[in-house]
Ligand binder design. Structure first.
Ligand code: FAD
Length: 317
């Protein structure tokens, strides 16, 4: 079932989670261990992130350096299939432009269709560590907009081989990313909003936001979207703070602000345990306000921290 159908069918705010594939070499059991405690809250869907290849240099005999490709967290598609099978819940794989040619994207989407996966979150992906800015794969997409267009094309039976006749159309529901505090590369909100609208006009069905800690930013973002004729559901993304380092790491990595009230509370914390407590209480308060305001679904970036998510969910769902 499509995410948009789940949203339409529910009168209440839904609950959803996002997980990361385990590190290469680790068992899938860690995924089940992080989902099990949250199943009692009936997640409408579980997103599984995608992690592209990185390159590292390995020192070889004679001192020369060999460029080696590694993928630290493979398995997105397999995990989605396993989750759907085990829990009978919608799994949403993240599909990115980075590292994929259009042909590889097409083949990946065909795999998903055959597995019965109806939903995808279409993203550009970030640059890899060895590149200062995002570089598309030769023959790949430069922006999520182009990826959305490819998927909507396949939804109408349009594959890359234009001579293909009677191709079976796919039927994907397409989610995209939105940034209440602006994507870090966008020169201003106006331009970011313009490209967000382009993704929606190209056929995206719903938006999931980057995490934010100030609900006002989400409310303003939703208002701005509506004023710009973007009328798809906008699902807020929430992440529970869990450690002292995140006070500087989250603004740096995700280009978001921590509101002053939250920061003042965090400043009083002496260790990660205390930060986690503040994080849980803050997230409960954010969640309650978002539900009251009629958010369609609350999407929790669990990052394996299911106990904290469980405490929040217990208070609000
Ligand atoms: P785009 O929509 O392509 O936008 C990128 C930038 O280009 C923006 O500044 C935009 O304003 C601008 N822009 C867009 N279209 C055009 C155009 N046609 N011409 C000129 N400028 C344009 N990353 C991963 O690697 N794996 C994941 O699983 C993953 N999951 C995510 C989930 C969510 C909910 C979010 C919010 C982010 C996720 N990311 C993930 C990170 C994401 O890949 C990065 O934020 C990336 O930098 C941008 O992706 P996007 O899809 O928003 O890009």
């Amino acid at each position: 079932m499509k995410i948009t159908e789940h949203l339409k069918a529910s009168k209440k705010t839904l609950f959803s989670i996002e997980i990361l594939p385990p590190l290469k070499g680790k068992s899938i059991q860690s995924i089940y261990d992080s989902i099990d405690p949250l199943m009692e809250f009936k997640p409408a869907f579980v997103d599984v992130t995608y992690h592209r290849e990185e390159y590292i240099y390995k020192k070889r005999e004679g001192g020369y350096l060999e460029k080696v490709s590694i993928r630290k967290r493979p398995g997105t598609v397999g995990i989605c299939a396993a989750i759907m099978n085990k829990y009978d819940v919608e799994a949403v794989p993240h599909i990115i432009c980075g590292g994929f040619t259009k042909e590889e994207t097409e083949n990946a989407l065909i795999d998903l269709q055959f597995l019965g996966i109806d939903n995808v979150l279409a993203l550009r992906g970030d640059s890899i560590k060895t590149e200062p800015q995002f570089v598309p794969e030769p023959g790949g997409h430069a922006y999520a907009y182009d990826l959305v267009k490819q998927i909507t094309g396949m939804n109408t039976g349009k594959y890359l081989d234009e001579e293909m006749k009677d191709a079976s159309p796919t039927n994907f529901c397409i989610g995209i990313a939105g940034y209440p505090e602006k994507h870090f590369e966008a020169p201003n909100m106006y331009s970011d909003m313009k490209w967000l609208k382009a993704k929606v006009d190209a056929g995206a069905d719903y938006i999931v936001t980057q995490m934010f800690y100030d609900n006002k930013k989400y409310f303003e973002f939703v208002d701005a979207c509506r004023k710009n004729d973007i009328h798809v559901p906008i699902i807020p993304g929430l992440k529970i703070l869990s450690g002292l380092k995140q006070m500087t790491a989250l603004p740096k990595v995700f280009h978001i602000d921590l509101p002053q009230d939250l920061y003042v509370e965090l400043e009083k914390c002496k260790d990660d345990k205390q930060v986690k407590e503040v994080g849980i209480q803050w997230c409960i308060q954010q969640s309650k306000e978002l539900i009251k305001a009629g958010a369609p679904c609350l999407h929790y970036y669990t990052m394996g921290a299911s106990e904290a998510t469980k405490r929040v969910a217990k208070e609000v769902f």
